[in-house]
Design a protein around this ligand. Sequence first.
Ligand SMILES: [Zn+2]
Length: 428
Amino acid sequence: MSSTADANYGPAPDGAAGPPKLPTRFSSLARLPPGSLSSAYADLCSGPWPGPCQLPVVYHPSYNISFFGVEKLHPFDSCKYGKVMSALKKQHVLREGQTVQPREASLEVLADVHTQDYLYRIHYHNFTIVQVTELAALSLLPNKLLQWRIVAPMKLHVGGTMLATGLALERGWAINIGGGMHHASSSRGMGWCPFDDIVLAVRRVRKAAGRLVVLYIDLDAHQGNGVERDFYIIDFYNARIFPLDDEAKPAIDIPVELRFGADDDEILGRLHAALAVAARTLPRPDLVIYNAGTDVLAGDPLGRLGMTAAGVVQRDEVVWRWCRDMARAPVVMALSGGYTRESAGVITASIRNLFEKFGLGVDDVAAGSGGSTVEASQAVAPAGPGEDGDKGGAGTPATAGGLEMQGGMWGEKVEVQANAADAGPVSN
Ligand SMILES: [Zn+2]
């Protein structure tokens, strides 16, 4: 793979000596000024709207699911979120008080995507929780206990993904240290994904900020069969494992099917190719949602692929760099799957690398850098027609309260640096 280490800085004009060209900061990709979405997301943010001393990193200690050791019956490390947070603080990537806490997504919020029948079952039927978690032993426990220790934390993850998505529009980037439940859809959950946090997040952000063009990049080892088709989708997945959902595949714009044991070279090579195709064939996004599953690691019992820790760190950097330099769009990252004991360490290493490479811990503390001239009071308004339905393609500018948004697909032409070699087929 070609190195991306020097891609931050372009050469001096005409080869002349002089200061290097400064890289674009993610904060300059923000579509709205800080605070614009505070009202629209008040129900999902615990405490005041994050100020300049906080980073758009969303986490709640109750993300972690642990009770009586039952969780250990499944390979899913349901406490990896806390491990990531502890490590990030220990390594001085994050400081106490810098992160943002979400609230649980309420029933009313969940009903924006999920059917009443499904919401009833996930709240009152243990069997539905067993189906989602694949833990038969849970059927013997009181439903109230399951709600407290499993369903409520999952609703926090949903609130976290939704909140992080709004913050990404204001800050240019955001990370939910959880979320990414890409197997859930309106009427069912599966694979530890009871709620469709990604579609919920897209619908909320469109209601708050207008008809955004959203690109969803799913590099978790599993097919993201729960997400629906009102946005553009790049999905890498092991084609021989769960969920094998052929019905959902037509919704994927750029599918990349992987074989057992696919390694760094294969996945990173195909990632570069897929992103090159996306740059040429999909509309310029206003927002990228990145599902960064770590079940691609070698040894993961469920993903059954062959990436190394260094490969995953590089993968995440490639996606973020593409968002910044090619799509020129804010990015929000969710953690999704990852079923080895190494997963938390790899996520930590990757987030640390993103902070170092892109100056994330620095630029947002400066804040106020949203760059838009949209007044906060005007920035939140219900979306007009087209909020749902098609993928929000070119033709109707994204708006914030009826005002045209800055930059992005409407404001500038971006040269696509794809070549013939990149343009090969990305699925098999
Ligand atoms: Zn997965």
